[in-house]
Design a protein. Structure first.
Length: 328
């Protein structure tokens, strides 16, 4: 079965730290990345109440993906209406992806805490002392925890940072695994290409893009910056490139745009418009909807539409990642 290198969607989540040692929690808050959304608890009972509180909206994975069939193939459809519902729901960031919990706490130990969690998808790491490591190994082998971090290390916070990043990726990979059987029928090939995955991650890092959602027409991602600005990324195969150039040529686009599309130097983002059904008094806005593109070292053509318009009811002041972090 194909190993995916990009999940079909991604957004920031909340990391939860539970330790009765308040000075250790204070050190964590100072040293962990400032763009993480974190909750810290010195009271494990309060932390359990928080983690076990249901979130009103089901995970996107459970709502958006469906198998669509036509006469020739099976495809995956991520409904734009569901994406609109997701990105307008600030509690998407409230989903807890990773728990880091101390083993030795007075009212409940770390293993009992993990057993009491209701959300089986949360990835769990446990902080241990020397005397606790045998128990931690047993819990790891039993699948109750996914990492254990010895507190006696010279720099345990550095280990926390590294393990949390790994576990966040594993959290989204769980949803990816659930898609594999379906995606194996006709997966969007760019999801499996390491060159595309590396390029997308570099783009996100360079431009503060923090979430993305798989879309079509053209194939690629709808992406959001932390302030809620929407970008549209096209990831076009040679067939997609030829199809865009052919459509533009058939429906009156200027020849220089047709040539640029055919060469993979531009991409068209129709934004819900259709040249076949366009009856406006003015010419179809090819210039407005065509944006620069570039070729990767392999078969893909990448186009970006910054600050892309769209028929999405979304208020960044209320539902962006920046807005969520202001509530913490």
């Amino acid at each position: 079965m194909t190993q995916l290198t990009l999940a079909p969607y991604y957004h920031p989540t909340t990391i939860c730290f539970v330790d009765d040692n308040e000075s250790f929690l204070a050190s964590l808050e100072l040293e962990l990345p400032g763009d993480w959304a974190c909750r810290t608890f010195s009271d494990p009972e309060e932390a359990l109440d928080y983690l076990n509180e249901p979130i009103p909206l089901e995970p996107l994975m459970d709502r958006c993906f469906s198998l669509q069939r036509d006469t020739n193939q099976a495809v995956i459809h991520l409904d734009l209406g569901m994406i609109e519902q997701e990105i307008s729901h600030v509690d998407r960031f409230r989903r807890n992806s990773v728990l880091v919990v101390d083993y030795a706490m007075p009212s409940i130990n770390g293993l009992q805490f993990c057993e009491a969690l209701k959300d089986a998808h949360i990835r769990r790491a446990m902080l241990t002392g020397v005397a606790d490591e045998k128990l931690a190994v047993q819990a790891f082998n039993a699948g109750l925890i996914h990492r254990f971090i010895p507190k006696q290390k010279d720099d345990p916070i550095l280990s926390v940072h590294r393990f949390v990043e790994e576990l966040v990726q594993e959290y989204f990979n769980q949803y990816t695994v659930r898609l594999k059987t379906t995606l194996a029928i006709d997966p969007p090939a760019f999801l499996t290409d390491p060159a595309v995955a590396g390029w997308v991650r570099e783009l996100m890092s360079a431009h503060d893009l923090v979430e993305y959602y798989l879309v079509g027409d053209p194939p690629g991602f709808l992406m959001l910056k932390s302030n809620g600005q929407i970008w549209r990324l096209a990831i076009l195969s040679p067939a997609d490139v030829a199809g865009q150039a052919r459509l533009a040529g058939e429906f009156g686009a200027p020849q220089h745009l047709v040539n640029a599309l055919a060469a993979g130097e531009a991409a068209v983002f129709l934004a819900g418009l259709s040249p076949e059904d366009y009856f406006g008094d003015e010419d179809f806005p090819w210039e407005e909807l065509t944006h620069p593109a570039e070729r990767l070292a392999n078969e893909w053509t990448i186009g970006i539409w910054k600050d892309a318009p769209g028929d999405i009811d979304f208020d960044p002041a209320l539902a962006s990642y920046d807005a969520y972090r202001r509530t913490l």
